[in-house]
Design a binder for this molecule. Structure first.
Ligand code: HEM
Length: 461
């Protein structure tokens, strides 16, 4: 029945035709373009239709390319917007975790609890783990023959090891880690691809791919549930180290109530999926950009060599200003989440044009971050453009989104990226293999097509 309901809502083409957008053959061409290359299709749509474009299939969707309208959706009127149908696709894996939860009361309850466990005190402890695991990798690189590495793979392994320790805790065996890694990749990619299917098949249809999906999804769920049960049986609050362990004991300070078993499972899987691929891809792009721009690399290395402070908090923004600017510029050019979506619970209007209830509104962050309307020479890697700039005030800078649904792991990921970049750069000089960075593709988060090949050479100190 749900399937029929979904199809009916997908078929409701009415209501947004007054907003310009592709129709007829052009529509079919662009839909295929989206399936093949969603970033290219977003660019083509803006070129053809400007600030606002409507798509009537598979669901009523409006893409907004204008920061003023994005501010309306994410900020001024955020109470009437919930996560969009594109995000709903992830529910099949993430359940009602923070990313997908559209019930404001339970979302807020969880958000307060999770924010605290990703606050400055736990991060200071986690920074030691990030430091140790990065130094282990640096040591391994120093001892191996090959100087040519795929940073995409190296960063995925490193950030997964960090997520394993900081999020799931040290009880995770190597075999569990392998299963979780495979499951996260498979399920999140499949749920993501579902968004761009013209006729998406429901997950209960017993196709080979669906069966594989359920196999991985069940594996992920049962390992997380087992770790949670183990924690409840054997440990106590004072020994809680990982985010998973901390969440088991965490209580909402106002009500004294903690998370239910189902909420715990959903939040842990959500944090795992939302956290490690985004950070790993961000690192790959930043290392790619640094290896292509030796002058930026040298200036950054000099700052790192001259800064005695260890990075353990978000305070690195002031102790290592150029490092912070490099990260800001890296995530501007290669934003990990190239588009996000919302759905309106009440009628709204964009520049005087009616937006009916339940329209999916897509925010194409990739385009906003690379538009000449908002940035001087947007395709040039220039970290200094952020010197003295308060990025939270920029409506056209959205790597972690804006408003109350902005990323809860922002500081955690910024610190993780800062530590890893600094440890690697203090030990190695990086040189891009080839002349251009790989093409960016949107696979849940923005990743380099066919890896990020970089040559490393030990620095002379
Ligand atoms: C460079 C790394 C990261 C980037 C660029 C990033 C980006 C984002 C963005 C853009 C959103 C909003 C999505 C939307 O509006 O639909 C988001 C939400 C979220 N992120 Fe991140 N993220 C990163 C790392 C992390 C990490 C490390 C964690 C967890 C440890 C995390 C957990 C979450 C969660 C739970 C949400 C949902 C928040 C809510 O709706 O209340 N993210 N992230």
């Amino acid at each position: 029945m749900q399937f029929l309901k979904d199809m009916r809502s997908k078929l409701s083409l009415s209501g947004i035709r007054h907003i310009k957008g592709p129709r007829g053959l052009n529509f079919i061409k662009l839909m295929f373009h989206f399936k093949r290359d969603s970033l290219g299709a977003l660019e083509e749509t803006e070129k053809q239709f400007g600030e606002i474009a409507s798509y009537g299939w598979p669901i009523n969707t409006i893409i907004i390319y204008c920061p003023k309208l994005i501010k309306q959706v994410l900020g001024d009127k955020n109470k009437i917007y919930v996560k969009g149908a594109q995000t709903d696709e992830m529910k099949v894996v993430m359940g009602e975790g923070l990313v997908t939860n559209n019930d404001r009361t339970s979302w807020l309850r969880s958000r307060i609890i999770v924010s605290k466990e990703l606050g400055p005190a736990p991060i200071a402890l986690f920074s030691k783990i990030i430091d140790d695991l990065t130094l282990q990798l640096v040591k391994k690189w120093k001892s191996q023959e090959s100087a040519e590495l795929d940073f995409s793979l190296e960063m995925r392994n490193l950030t997964f090891a960090i997520a394993g320790k900081t999020l799931l805790g040290s009880d995770l065996t190597n075999e569990d880690a392998r299963i979780v890694d495979e499951a996260v990749l498979f399920t999140s990619k499949m749920a993501h691809d579902h968004m761009f299917e013209l006729f998406p098949l429901p997950y209960w249809v017993p196709t080979k791919k669906n069966k594989e999906f359920h196999f991985h999804n069940n594996n992920l769920s049962s390992i997380v549930s087992r770790l949670l049960a183990q924690e409840k049986e054997n440990s106590n609050e004072s020994s809680a180290r990982s985010i998973l362990q901390r969440l088991v004991y965490a209580k909402n300070p106002e009500t004294g109530v903690g998370l239910s078993d189902q909420e715990l499972r959903d939040e842990v899987i959500t944090l795992l999926i939302a956290g490690y691929e985004t950070t790993s891809n961000t690192l790959s792009w930043i290392f790619g950009l640094l290896s292509k721009h030796p002058e930026v690399q040298d200036r950054l290395r000099q700052e790192l060599q001259e800064s005695p402070e260890e990075i353990t908090s978000i305070n690195f923004k002031t102790t290592h200003p150029y490092l912070y600017q490099v990260i800001l510029e890296g995530i501007r050019m290669y934003t990990a989440i190239p588009m996000s979506s919302r759905r309106n619970l009440k009628e709204d209007s964009f520049n005087g044009q009616k937006v009916p209830v339940n329209t999916s509104v897509v925010i194409p962050v990739w385009n906003i971050h690379r538009s000449e309307k908002h940035w001087d020479k947007p395709l040039v890697f220039n970290p200094s453009r952020f010197e003295g700039v308060e990025v939270n005030r920029l409506d056209h800078y959205l790597p972690f989104s804006k408003g109350e649904r902005r990323c809860v792991g922002e500081n955690f990921s910024l610190i993780e990226v800062a530590i890893i970049v600094s440890k690697v750069l203090l030990s190695f000089e990086l040189e891009l293999i080839g002349t251009e960075l790989p093409r960016a593709v949107s696979h849940v988060s923005l990743k380099p097509h066919k890896g990020m090949p970089i040559k490393i050479k030990e620095t002379l100190r």
